[in-house]
Design a protein. Structure first.
Length: 296
């Protein structure tokens, strides 16, 4: 990779924002990016973006990810808690990931992944990318404070990454020649009715939007998924519609000249890599042939 991208470890990276059930829009976006012939060298995901990111990095196609969630409801991922730290436990989400992920650690993923969580004690963003705490890291990234109890990793409590870094572009910015960011956390208007759930959703939406401004400006291609504002954070009943909106918005963005120019550069990069690998293969065959000839 260094032969073609100089100081960059990766040529193309994807950054997937948090957004609760709106994260299903990521699946529509990934479909479009695949149709553009793109494949990320690295993925960074926060909260819902980490769930989509880990499944995609594990080799699932967008359609397969949708099927995993079909006929499921939000309550299927919940377990009530008597803890003072949160109303619910994430044990069922943990089980869901354990039962469906083929990779058991970060290193076994087909695509490198950064999972963003918030260190509750030290009030800082942490990007998990190594080790066998893969599932715990994703659960931590999704643990919305008050609603969910913190996820403990090596004795330390972690909560939703969206608290401080809902759009993790900066996490991979210096590692990639190009970054495509998909932001599904558009500002949501306040609910007409006041309830604890609505107040929590509104508060989290305000916080997550306030910390995405810098990251939006760091994208080479920024897909802002609009039109999903009316869907609730925990709405699993409209995943197909949300995914379709993500697909439509990404088609519009990727059809723009600036976006397609980057797509063409990616294709040229893939061709150079293919040519380089072919030369290595030819060289290997020559070496093997020479070795066999000398033995005779």
């Amino acid at each position: 990779m260094a032969l073609f991208s100089k100081s960059y470890d990766n040529f193309l990276g994807y950054a997937l924002s948090g957004g609760g059930a709106k994260g299903f829009a990521h699946l529509g976006s990934l479909k479009v990016l695949e149709k553009c012939g793109l494949k990320p060298d690295v993925i960074a995901g926060t909260s819902a973006g980490s769930i989509v990111g880990v499944l995609y990095a594990d080799g699932y196609h967008p359609e397969e990810i949708v099927e995993l969630f079909k006929k499921r409801e939000f309550k299927d991922f919940l377990e009530f808690s008597i803890s003072k730290a949160g109303l619910l436990k994430s044990s069922r989400l943990h089980d869901f990931l354990k039962n469906n992920l083929r990779a058991k650690c970060f290193e076994e993923l087909k695509t490198p992944l950064y999972v963003i969580a918030t260190d509750w004690n030290k009030a800082r963003t942490v990007a998990f990318s190594k080790g066998d705490n893969l599932i715990d890291a994703v659960v931590a990234s999704c643990s919305v404070p008050v609603i969910f109890s913190p996820q403990y990793i090596q004795g330390d409590p972690y909560v939703d990454g969206g608290l401080l870094k809902n759009f993790p572009v900066s996490v991979i910015r210096k590692k990639c020649r190009y970054v495509i960011g998909v932001n599904v956390a558009a500002m949501v208007p306040p609910a007409e009715k006041i309830s604890i759930r609505n107040v929590i959703e509104r508060s989290f939406n305000l916080m997550s939007n306030s910390n995405t401004i810098i990251d939006k400006n760091l994208c080479d291609i920024l897909v802002e998924v609009k039109g999903i504002e009316r869907y609730k954070m925990f709405d699993l009943n409209n995943m197909d519609t949300i995914s379709e909106i993500g697909y439509h918005q990404t088609v519009i963005k990727m059809s723009q000249k600036d976006s397609w120019r980057i797509v063409e550069k990616c294709h040229k990069h893939y061709k150079r890599i293919e040519q380089f690998q072919q030369k290595l293969e030819n060289l290997r065959k020559k070496i093997n042939y020479s070795s066999e000839t000398n033995m005779l």
